[in-house]
Write a protein that binds this ligand. Sequence first.
Ligand code: DQA
Length: 158
Amino acid sequence: MASSATPPTAIRVLALHGPNLNLLGHREPHIYGTAGLDAVDAATRARAEQWGWTYESLQSNHEGVLIDRLQACLDDGTGGVLLNPAGLTHTSVSLRDTVAAVIDKVPVVEVHLSIPEAREPFRHQSYVAGVVSARVSGLGAESYLVGLEALRCLLTRT
Ligand code: DQA
């Protein structure tokens, strides 16, 4: 009989999507692709569930909402985070401070669809880059799948 209990290896992964990522599919498709955020999440969720992981996604245009959700990871059982801070990548000391506050407990992988360093100079600095566990960029929606692989690698390291 199949057990409904969560297997001990099940990881709860959280994808946090920053400002304007709700517009994926419409917004500068030559840079970000034609897939909407729902499709990106569906593909990432499907991969996570293949591994027996659970997948939660939150998109917000508000810095404080992202910070509050990331802080909650300290004691809500989240096993790893895929973080695309979008424009906040290049502006937010506060989000960086939150990543630094949780990183000893929860690995955080910075994910970008594009390669910000190959774009306008103001995108070349990532405030979170110095505190995340790993970074993935430039693969479009597949950056999230590679981000999941990065989390699996980080979580299964001995
Ligand atoms: C982005 C890159 C950022 O520079 C930009 O502000 C975004 C999306 C990416 O996924 O490529 O909104 O994070």
